[in-house]
Design a binder for this molecule. Structure first.
Ligand code: NAD
Length: 288
């Protein structure tokens, strides 16, 4: 694994591409948006003019794309990786995606001698840029072991959670728990204010107690209490993740009254919080 392609050079993919380059790999990027390719080329990362050109040149591809539909198009489409990739190519999909689509893609690629691993990430654009992201990996152990040197220069922690698709299930559950936690924490801040207290001081107290968590300890001071709301992760993407988590619940028929209510509120929040807004804005959502 010497030459790595990165497809999708947005908030996350750009950081991953530069982390890989810093780690000594020969990196070739691609994004559907021409301006993005031009800007990133100027910043020193080589970009291909098409997915086909990238596929023919690389040993491994990292995907960082908005949705499963786009991943399917990039991998299985006419100009995609299946048609143009070499035998032995490994594709790692860091997109937060639909596990059913992931399994379908992996099965289709297998017969062509291409391996597919789902490796969705946590840590935001900062984690991608500083190679400190957490990754949950789904796929064959032998393939994951083979690409470990590459993954280790773009992430801080990796956990192999099961066969292909399991990484995407773990990521959906991660975001379901985080999304629910944001809702209840927003309510806790509102209760503190209504009780005539300073929510920031109260949250320092929560941090010291058993309610302490990444949401309480990091999200609130970094993006919420100071009004910054600039995490680099949008409402649109988080609503997608909650929607996929709801699909998972429907398929599994697991009894989940609280998760379903969280999914309903996240979906309904489109009424008051627009797609490009920061996902932490959900703490301000009050259903009409
Ligand atoms: P983004 O919208 O900033 O980046 C996506 C990039 O993909 C864009 O540059 C877009 O032009 C490109 N793209 C779209 N269609 C394409 C195509 N057909 N071919 C090539 N490029 C294409 O999104 P992001 O915030 O970087 O998130 C990427 C993925 O990572 C999403 O699935 C998201 O849910 C997940 N994620 C994001 C964060 C975060 O904090 N932003 C954290 C963890 C996971």
């Amino acid at each position: 694994m010497k030459k790595i392609g990165v497809i999708g050079l947005g908030n996350m993919g750009k950081g991953m591409a530069f982390s890989l380059k810093r780690g000594g790999y020969d990196v070739l990027g691609f994004d559907a948006v021409e301006v993005t390719r031009a800007t990133i080329s100027q910043e020193g990362l080589a970009c291909a003019g098409s997915i086909a050109e990238l596929a023919e040149a690389v040993d491994m591809v990292v995907l960082s794309l908005p949705t499963s539909d786009i991943v399917e198009k990039v991998v299985l489409g006419e100009d995609g990786l299946l048609r143009h990739g070499k035998k032995g190519l490994v594709i790692v999909d860091t997109t937060t995606a639909d596990p059913n689509s992931t399994r379908r893609i992996a099965a289709e690629l297998k017969s062509a001698g291409i391996d597919f691993v789902d490796g969705p990430v946590s840590g935001g654009p900062k984690g991608a840029a500083t190679a400190t992201m957490g990754m949950v990996l789904g796929g064959d152990k032998e393939v994951i072991d083979r690409i470990e040197p590459v993954l280790s220069v773009m992430s801080g922690k990796r956990v192999h959670v099961g066969p292909v698709g399991a990484g995407h299930v773990a990521k959906l559950l991660n975001n379901l728990v985080t999304g629910t936690h944001l809702l209840i924490s927003g309510e806790a801040a509102r209760i503190a204010t209504a009780a005539g207290l300073d929510p920031q001081q109260i949250f320092e107290g929560l941090s010291a107690g058993s309610a302490g968590s990444k949401v309480i300890d990091n999200f609130f001071p970094t993006w919420i209490f100071n009004g910054a709301f600039n995490s680099g992760f949008t409402m649109k993407l988080m609503r997608k993740d909650l929607r996929l988590a709801m699909n998972l619940i429907r398929e599994t028929e697991a009894p989940t009254p609280l998760a379903k209510e969280a999914g309903r509120l996240w979906a309904k929040s489109i009424e008051g919080i627009e797609d490009p807004e920061d996902f932490n804005r959900i703490v301000q959502y009050i259903e009409k």
